[in-house]
Design a protein around this ligand. Structure first.
Ligand code: GLA
Length: 357
């Protein structure tokens, strides 16, 4: 890996300061077609992502803040890296190798997105890899947020000339642990702050999803999407069935569910495709992960003013968080999230942008 001093990277600038006095930097990546991504060393946040509409005009399609201090407010996790465990762990505990580990209860009785100070709230070390790629590293100490093992994590963001934002995650541990990394970008393909996403059309390559209880913890069932509002195997407008009386829609306040992907095999596999008619923007999501959390910003309520003073109302964005299933450490039947010394964690997700008619 090529390493450079942060200050020698011409695309880095100061984004803000932490209460501790530490400096947070913002790195701008740009590809040959002018697509731009700004990434913060705090939380590894994708602060902005500018991609063309059908006329070629660039628009910022992720929610976030112009001012760094916005990211210090209570977390909607805008754009952030999530760890050690994306989504929820029931009763904020799990047992591994006969030892029960207790986590912070930061979501009712459950632990959400890594706990009180997850990877979205730590300062990552930048390893600039050129104008189109940025590495971020973080060492999570044994016992941090209750999780075992010294965990060394590297995330590489790359903006390819195919208008893709590629995220490569790797990690190693010195003790058995659990891990489920993701990125929590909130997308609105019409442009951030341009109303709700109910008219966006989405396809999700999943025949099954994991129904949840009232705390949004998977019950353990893998339910067929056929005949339910969760069937996105053909494109549907997000708003078409979001008001349905389906028990799972009601529990989620909309979509806030883990979809089990119909994978083609090993490697990157198509997970979801989103289209927005007015801009013509298309986003495809490919991943090596077995599942994806489709969240429709149901908890946004207009209280947050984001970039350019835009009000972020309910369902003003969608998240597609590639992942293993929530609460896997408590579900031995789910694909395992255990990580052992000597067997590195690897995960890749690609967000590919194009335009259509
Ligand atoms: C995830 C969860 C949601 C919510 C958001 C953050 O998508 O599944 O329930 O917690 O993160 O607000």
């Amino acid at each position: 890996m090529v390493t450079m001093n942060c200050s020698s990277h011409k695309e880095a600038r100061e984004f803000g300061k932490l209460p501790s006095g530490e400096t947070v930097e913002l790195y701008s990546l740009k590809n040959a077609k002018g697509v731009e991504a700004d990434i913060s060393t705090y939380g590894g946040v994708v602060v902005s992502l500018k991609v063309p509409d059908r006329s070629g005009a660039l628009g910022d399609i992720v929610l976030g803040f112009d001012d760094f201090n916005g990211y210090l407010m209570p977390p909607p996790y805008f754009g952030a890296l999530i760890g050690r465990y994306g989504n929820r762990i029931g009763h904020a505990q799990f047992t591994l190798d006969g030892v029960t580990y207790h986590l912070a209860k930061n979501d009712g009785d459950n632990s959400l997105h890594g706990g009180k100070r997850g990877f979205d709230k730590v300062l990552w070390t930048a390893r600039p890899l050129g104008p189109q790629s940025l590495g971020l590293t973080y060492l999570s100490k044994d016992g941090e947020e209750g999780y075992p093992g010294n965990l060394s994590v590297t995330v590489v963001y790359t903006l390819t000339d195919n208008n893709e934002l590629k995220i490569d995650y790797t990690a190693t541990t010195d003790k058995d642990t659990v891990l489920n990394l993701t990125n929590h970008s909130y997308f609105n393909l019409a442009g951030q702050g341009q109303g709700d996403v109910l008219a966006h059309q989405i396809t999700i390559n999943a025949s099954r999803f994991t129904p949840v209880d009232k705390g949004l913890i998977p019950t353990g069932e893998l339910r067929a999407v056929a005949g339910t509002p969760f069937d996105f195997r053909q494109p549907h407008a997000i708003g078409e069935r979001i008001g349905a009386s389906d028990e799972q829609i009601v529990l989620g306040g909309g979509y806030d569910h883990n979809f089990v992907l119909d994978r083609a095999g090993e490697g990157l596999s198509p997970a979801a495709r989103v289209t927005e008619a007015t801009s013509g923007r298309v986003m495809e999501v490919l991943t090596t992960e077995p599942a994806i959390q489709f969240y429709t910003g149901n908890f946004l309520d207009g209280a947050i003013r984001g970039k350019g003073g835009k009000v972020y109302g309910r369902r003003s964005a969608l998240c597609l968080e590639t992942q293993h299933y929530p609460d896997s450490p408590n579900h031995p039947d789910f694909p395992t999230t255990e990580l052992k010394p000597g067997a590195p964690y690897r995960s890749t997700t690609v967000f590919r942008f194009s335009t259509g008619s």
